[in-house]
Design a protein around this ligand. Structure first.
Ligand code: ADP
Ligand code: MG
Length: 723
């Protein structure tokens, strides 16, 4: 109770820190201030070298390694002029975290001086001792060599700390055998595959102009903020990132008064500073708002090329966490930190486009006439239908299991929402050909002073895991704590495969005759929508009926990560990834194993914490209260007064049940030891997680009875509402 009460007192006395001096600088001047941007490169590099680099960055041309020395020197001079002392290769291991290896620019010259050095080879390649990163069997610790390789397509940047600056270089992380140990390498490979296939469609339509077709991504990050004092008084938040105990407060989110509400001052101060920091790093943050649950917020940038968006997303997560601490808060990215209120997701908006052709999923006003758009769109429909299992598997994690299918997030069934206009067009296609598009119309409100608005062609559907939202698809099943790399790699590759299929069909049907294209497209679209139309669902994804209907349609319904993760081992998945050179069989297997391992580690830590907290915090509090009640009953009885035996009885029953449930959970945990990985994951999902819930049930019931001053853990009502 003392930790809890001290936390409450500290939160009540909190004072927002004074704003930084840079707070008044115009955000326009801040944008990219710490980025080795195109502008900086243009100013600091000799023209031919700048041109050569741009050909790689913008058109995917092979990197000329001879430019490295000059680029390294320019990068170093720029970084040192801004105050940097160190450089770091930044890489993205399979844990989903961001890893950095820092080196000093300074090298002693033997005469008591130090010279600053940074060569081309130091820029291009690093060798972190990455032997403790999970590799899923690719690397043994005795052959621990791993290399980081400069990714020129993602700009280098400076990371600021009050005590110094570090030049950060985004890199790919591979083993001595050249196998990907990270989340960046497959992104780059999948983008390359998508470009190759998309070019074929553009060529058929006479639009191939050499511009690189990149997949684009815009991730919307949801998160919770809790005061650090509460965070530190809750071992579960501290070590598992989510609360393993706690009763829902009487007032939760039922009033919807937090959603898009006014942002509290401390939170706004945190947001403003985070955004300034992100701007300096060239991250185009665009929107911020309160989310549905109390204490929940969202931040979203403008979309960027998938590779850069992924790096920026990682930076966004670390920046939010870092800045939150400055404001005495902790930023929780877990998918379900608090039971009973909404969890957090990360909607990943996805499209593809090039600098000259723009967004290839833009339907225009009359999509039925836009054959090229319809081909790309049909390719997506086919891909999602054919690889629904893979899409489910890449969003599977111990954390996301608490969210998917819990009537606050898309169900575990993957389907596509197309909206009225496109559904109508594809219905016509199915019947043999599309002749018309539902017009967009105008929205009038009946108030003269309000301007009329052009109306979107379709309403939104928040219950769909994969929704067309006007000019992109939004993959909504992604968890807030996940790297967006896995989902993007999956989307890029399955859609590359589908575009490959479409291009092959069209090329064969037209045999180079552009006149034959129109009829060939008709045939292709009709065939795709007839075969794969059952993936399209515009209704309520949260409903019970959908579960039944989806089963009738034969759609997959993998309810938990324990069901979904093994799907990464399916033959269709490894054929897909090897065919497009995105992941070899060993690389894929290493991922399957690593993610199963992470699931198992997560649940084991949570279960151990559950036992520990129940025994050392909750049980003692309950027994103390039981003792107080017992003493009071005895005293009253001696005085011949009425006493409350009922509450004592109630507490005693709960204390006993709590004790039994703890013993049972310990037993389940012991059974998990020694299991082979996949069987262990099954056991953790089927026995250990329900065992934890049973402990929680008794603990939460006790929270509702035990005297408030004896309760050791900050409660939901405090953590979610005291700001
Ligand atoms: P909402 O909450 O209504 O879905 P937001 O504005 O929060 O919308 O987020 C939409 C996201 O979609 C933004 O990150 C935006 O940049 C992104 N987006 C828009 N167009 C594209 C595109 N062509 N490709 C990828 N992402 C896109
Ligand atoms: Mg959205």
């Amino acid at each position: 109770s003392s930790a809890r009460q001290a936390a409450i007192a500290a939160v009540t006395n909190y004072q927002t820190p004074q704003p930084e001096s840079s707070a008044t600088e115009s955000t326009q001047d801040l944008f990219c201030a710490n980025v080795f941007s195109k502008k900086v490169m243009k100013a600091r590099l000799p023209k031919p070298i700048f041109k050569s680099l741009m050909a790689t960055i913008e058109s995917g041309k092979p990197l000329d390694p001879t430019v490295a020395d000059v680029v390294a020197a320019a990068m170093k001079d720029w970084a040192i002029s801004k105050g940097a002392t160190h450089y770091a290769h930044v890489f993205y291991p399979l844990t989903g975290a961001t890893a950095e290896k820092h080196d000093s620019f300074l090298t002693p010259d033997g005469d008591g001086n130090a010279v600053s050095e940074f060569s081309g080879s130091q820029l291009i390649q690093g060798e972190p001792d990455g032997s403790s990163f999970p590799t899923g069997g690719i690397r043994q610790t005795f052959e621990a060599r791993g290399y980081t390789i400069w990714d020129v397509t993602s700009p280098a940047y400076l990371l600021e700390n009050p005590n110094g600056m570090t030049l950060c270089i985004p890199t790919a992380f591979v083993s001595w055998t050249g196998e990907a140990l990270d989340k960046k390498t497959p992104i780059l490979r999948s983008m390359q595959a998508l470009n190759t296939q998309a070019q074929r469609i553009l060529k058929l339509f006479g639009h191939a102009d050499g511009a690189f077709v990149a997949s684009t991504a815009g991730p919307e990050q949801e998160y919770f903020l809790v005061d650090s004092h509460f965070y530190h008084a809750r071992p579960d938040l501290l070590h598992a990132g989510r609360s393993l105990f706690g009763t829902a407060p009487p007032k939760g989110q039922q009033f919807d008064d937090h959603y898009f509400g006014a942002i509290p001052e401390r939170v706004l101060a945190f947001m403003l500073e985070s955004e300034r920091e992100l701007f300096k790093l060239g991250i185009p943050v665009k929107t911020r708002h309160n989310e549905v649950a109390p204490g929940q917020f969202e931040i979203a940038p403008l979309f960027e090329s998938a590779n850069i968006a992924t790096d920026h997303q990682q930076l966004t997560m670390t920046t939010l966490k870092r800045i939150a601490e400055k404001y005495g808060m902790h930023c929780l990215m877990h998918e379900k930190p608090f039971a009973g209120v909404n969890g957090s997701g990360k909607h990943v908006n996805w499209s593809l486009g090039s600098s000259s052709q723009g967004n290839l999923l833009n339907p225009g006003d009359t999509p039925h006439e836009n054959a090229q758009f319809l081909v790309f769109c049909a390719a997506v429909i086919r891909a999602v239908s054919k690889y629904q299992g893979l899409l489910r598997a890449v969003v599977a994690s111990a954390g996301n299991d608490h969210r998917l299918g819990a009537n606050e997030a898309p169900p575990a069934i993957i389907s596509i929402f197309l909206g009225d206009q496109l559904t109508d067009v594809f219905d016509q296609v199915k019947r043999g050909g599309a002749e018309s598009s539902i017009a967009k119309g105008t929205l009038t409100v009946g108030v003269d002073v309000l301007p009329p608005l052009p109306k979107d062609a379709g309403d939104r559907n928040r219950t769909s895991p994969f929704a067309f939202t006007g000019n992109r698809f939004e993959f909504r099943a992604v968890g807030s704590n996940q790297s967006i790399s896995g989902p993007l790699v999956a989307m890029n590759t399955i859609i590359a495969e589908s575009i490959d299929y479409c291009a092959t069909e069209l090329e064969e049907a037209t045999k180079g005759d552009p006149e034959a294209l129109h009829a060939a497209v008709q045939t292709l679209l009709t065939e795709i929508i007839q075969e794969h139309g059952s993936i399209v669902f515009n209704g309520n994804g949260y409903s019970e009926e959908w579960q039944q209907e989806a089963a009738q349609r034969g759609l997959l319904n993998m309810k938990s990560a324990a069901d979904a993760l093994p799907y990464l081992g399916a033959a269709a998945v490894s054929e897909l990834f090897t065919k497009y050179g995105v992941l070899s069989e060993r690389e894929l297997e290493s991922r399957r194993e690593t993610y199963l391992e992470q699931y198992s580690l997560t649940v084991e830590v949570e279960a151990t914490l559950t036992v520990d907290m129940a025994r050392t915090l909750i049980y003692p509090a309950a027994v103390r209260y039981q003792n107080e009640l017992a003493t009071s009953c005895l005293n009253l009885k001696q005085l011949d007064l009425d006493y409350d035996g009922e509450t004592l009885e109630e507490v005693s029953v709960l204390v006993k049940s709590l004790h039994e449930s703890i013993t049972q959970l310990q037993g389940f945990l012991e059974e998990a030891e020694g299991c082979e990985l996949e069987a262990k994951v099954r056991h953790l999902c089927d026995a250990v997680l329900p065992g934890m819930l049973s402990v929680r049930k008794y603990a939460d019931a006790l929270e509702g009875i035990v005297a408030d001053d004896l309760w050791p853990l900050p409660r939901y009502q405090e953590m979610l509402f005291v700001k």
